[in-house]
Design a protein around this ligand. Structure first.
Ligand code: TYM
Length: 334
């Protein structure tokens, strides 16, 4: 590096291994991660501690955590350029989370949309972990002094809360944390369910969801069944044509075309042509990723070397922040 070159800014983001990765997580987050890896110092995490805020099968969680790393790499994230690791391997996340929880209001956490949604879905198991989930997420980001957090639209509220917590802490103790900004893509920030285009595509809705590892024939079938409308005109109109607008967004995110270009390409053509064309664009996008991920998933020793190395590097960075914070709040040095 040149002596006077400005330091690269830092990025942190993560995905829960609470289910298989989806087209939503790819378009909302990972696609940006790949495009940012040269310009920034990036940490990309598999946030297994977040996943246990709802009940998980232990064997599945372990398998998905490692496979998720294979899928990150298959998407184009280079382990030589990025720090990739598993959250529970870096204990400083949990340690900082405790401190930050003491600077977070009950009322703030009660207003989080994801908490309200998940609490409604898991009404018989609303745990303290589910409630304080955004505090752990704030710790994930702040422990690395991240400048930017590339996420989908649904995580914006959590990043804003993270900023509020950081600002409050800085206000009491002086500059301690970098204030992070959310980084949300123009296309694909909120991929909707193929079965119900008024709700977000999510891992827990197999019919409306395209998984990154789905086979081409399954992807085709899911898009052919996608809910649309009956006026047979390919036009972007979120309010009146949510299904077609969602398919157009997916098509544009997959091909790099603008909405105008896509509308022009399908002008005068019915949904019988449009839907399989969207499916093909997604099949071609995901095919190389799936093939590479299958190859990498078989190489357990390689994946282990990546996540062990990642945890070591992440832990080194995280410890610096944690020591500073412990000192500021008045803990005796170890
Ligand atoms: P998670 O695991 O639900 O989703 C992972 C990422 O994918 C994005 N995403 C979507 N984007 C567009 N359309 C969709 N249908 C869609 N579904 C998911 C999410 O916005 C997210 O970027 N709390 C986070 C995980 C997390 C985290 C962090 C993220 C924990 N700590 C620190 C950033 C920084 C979550 O539940 O994401």
């Amino acid at each position: 590096m040149e002596a006077n070159a400005p330091a690269k800014k830092r990025i942190f983001s993560g995905i829960q291994p609470s289910g298989e990765l989806t087209l939503g997580s790819y378009m909302g987050a990972i696609k940006n991660w790949v495009s940012l890896q040269d310009e920034y110092n990036c940490l990309y995490c598999i946030v297994d501690m977040h996943a246990i805020t709802v009940r998980q099968n232990p064997a599945d969680l372990r398998r998905r955590s490692v496979n998720q790393l294979a899928q990150y790499i298959a998407c184009g994230l280079d382990p030589a350029k990025n720090i990739m690791f598993i959250q529970s391997h870096v204990p400083q996340h949990a340690e900082l989370s405790w401190v930050l929880g003491c600077y977070t209001q009950f009322g703030e956490l009660s207003r989080m949309t994801q908490f309200k949604d998940k609490a409604a879905k898991h009404a018989d198991n609303i745990t303290a972990g589910l409630f304080t989930y955004p505090v752990l997420m704030a710790a994930d980001i702040l422990v690395y002094q991240a400048d930017l957090v590339p996420v989908g639209q649904d995580q914006k509220q959590h990043v804003e809360l993270c900023r509020d917590i950081a600002q409050r802490f800085n206000g009491v103790y002086g500059d301690t944390f970098t204030l992070p900004e959310p980084f949300i893509p123009k296309m694909g920030a909120r991929v909707m369910s193929l079965g119900d285009p008024t709700s977000k595509m999510s891992k827990s809705d197999p019919d409306g969801c395209v998984y990154m590892m789905d086979k081409p024939e399954d992807i085709m079938c899911k898009f052919k069944r996608a809910v649309t409308d009956c006026d047979a005109c390919v036009k972007f109109d979120k309010e009146n044509k949510p299904g077609i607008s969602n398919l157009l967004s997916i098509y544009c995110a997959a091909t790099g075309k603008t909405v105008d270009e896509a509308e022009a390409a399908f002008a005068g053509q019915g949904y019988g042509i449009f839907k399989p064309a969207v499916a093909e664009s997604v099949i071609e996008l995901l095919r190389p990723i799936r093939e590479e991920a299958e190859r990498l998933t078989a190489d357990k020793a390689y994946l282990e070397s990546v996540y062990k190395d990642g945890a070591q590097k992440a832990s080194y960075l995280a410890e610096k922040t944690l020591r500073k914070v412990y000192k500021k709040v008045g803990f005796v040095a170890r």
